[in-house]
Design a protein around this ligand. Structure first.
Ligand code: G3I
Length: 371
């Protein structure tokens, strides 16, 4: 049998409410939990409008977003560490993995800072990108003074790469194996490695890194592909040639130390050229200088903030325009403006200001997610 409950009359309702008010003065346990009538279904005509909540963070990006980090700041600056933990999915040690920082003599190493960062990343489920094995600068004195045969130079390089990549095997996901091997006109930079080994140093460096960690993703990293067609051509030719010979080169890192005047089409063309090599593409050291003229009285106005935002947006759009399985990510060269390497004039190149507040640049990036 089905029992249906009739809607109470007005009188019954008043009587019920009166009874209820009497009971509520007594023991709460005796209260009737459910009203003996149906709740009205109708909603009030107008609900207060829900405020849209912008909860999108860098961790919601369709590729990994990261930044260059400094161990002492992670250890001693709470706000810096908070931004890294809340926003970043990847870190690149800004200096701790450079030869000048690690190598203190033949066979003698300083690991503390790099170890700290690798452990930090593991504790916070972040990828570590290793920067950088072979570079023309930040080389320790004992190497610049080294006088050896070509074979001895190759052995020195092999020993160093095996030691460093081997130590972090399985914990550092990817490496900038060779950094900045070309001049802007596309000729080889006459580095200490080039002078002592010849252009073959590049191929050898990749092979040594691969021997030390066969699973690591290995990058050629450079700046200027967005403004120099000759350099872009030289890099792409090198990467394609090496890959055709079976050398383990898996990606191109475009540093992208740009300024806010760089056109969206330059960004897109350089990212597309790298993608056309069939490798991973990493925007590896991004910042957007707003005072490239190096004015001493520079002010970060709203207008400049919007122009910088457009640059960050254009970079993300350019990366998103290549196949998703080639997008390695975007790494900023620093966390917030005050810690940027750009110190020769006042500037504001990063998505967080010096108080760790998000700038319009932040929305420039997040606005492209999910498009
Ligand atoms: O650690 C020493 C410190 O002990 C000493 O007291 C201090 C005095 O000058 O120097 C400190 O080292 C400095 C180091 O940064 C850490 O702050 C070096 O002098 C300085 O040369 C070094 O600069 C770094 C530079 O590369 C050279 O390695 C910048 O922080 C770093 O942002 C910059 O990064 C490069 C990328 O690796 C490659 N692409 C370009 C990018 C910008 O130049």
């Amino acid at each position: 049998m089905i029992y249906t409950m009739k809607k109470p009359t007005l009188l019954q309702t008043i009587a019920f409410l009166f009874l209820l008010s009497c009971v509520s003065c007594g023991a709460k346990d005796d209260l009737i939990e459910e009203p003996p009538y149906e709740e009205p279904n109708e909603q009030p005509d107008e609900l207060p409008e829900e405020q849209p909540q912008t909860t999108t963070t860098f961790k919601d990006a369709p590729y990994l977003i990261g930044c260059a980090v400094v161990p002492s700041l992670l250890q001693n600056n709470r706000m810096y560490a908070e931004v890294v933990q809340e926003e970043m999915s990847s870190i690149t040690p800004e200096n701790a993995l450079k030869m000048g920082a690690l190598s203190k003599g033949h066979g003698s190493y300083f690991w503390d800072d790099a170890d700290y960062l690798v452990e930090y990343a593991a504790d916070h489920q972040m990828r570590v990108h290793g920067h950088t094995l072979i570079w023309h600068t930040d080389i320790p004195g004992w190497v610049t003074r080294y006088s050896g045969t070509r074979e001895e130079w190759i052995a020195l390089m092999q020993e160093y790469i095996h030691e460093v990549v081997g130590r972090y095997q399985g914990r550092i996901a990817s490496w900038d194996v060779v950094n900045e091997a070309f001049n802007d006109d596309g000729t080889y930079r006459k580095t200490i490695w080039y002078e002592n080994i010849g252009e073959e140093y590049i191929r050898l460096a990749f092979e040594f890194a691969h021997e030390a960690d066969p699973a690591a993703i290995l990058f050629y990293n450079d700046y200027g592909m967005e403004y120099s067609a000759a350099k872009r051509e030289a890099i792409c030719t090198l990467v394609k040639d090496l890959r055709a010979e079976g050398v383990p080169v898996h990606g191109i890192g475009l540093q992208m130390h740009i300024d806010m005047y760089r056109s969206a089409s330059d960004l897109k063309a350089s990212i597309q050229a790298a993608a056309d090599c069939g490798v991973w593409v990493h925007v590896s050291e991004m910042d957007v200088a707003c005072n490239p003229e190096k004015k001493t009285d520079f002010t970060f106005t709203d207008k400049i903030a919007q122009q910088q935002k457009a640059s960050y947006q254009a970079m993300s759009e350019a990366l998103l325009s290549i196949p998703a399985d080639q997008c390695f990510g975007i790494t900023f060269w620093g966390v917030c403006d005050v810690h940027s390497w750009l110190t020769s004039a006042p500037d504001a190149p990063l998505p967080f200001d010096s108080n760790f507040e998000k700038k319009p640049a932040y929305d420039g990036l997040t606005g492209t997610f999910g498009k």
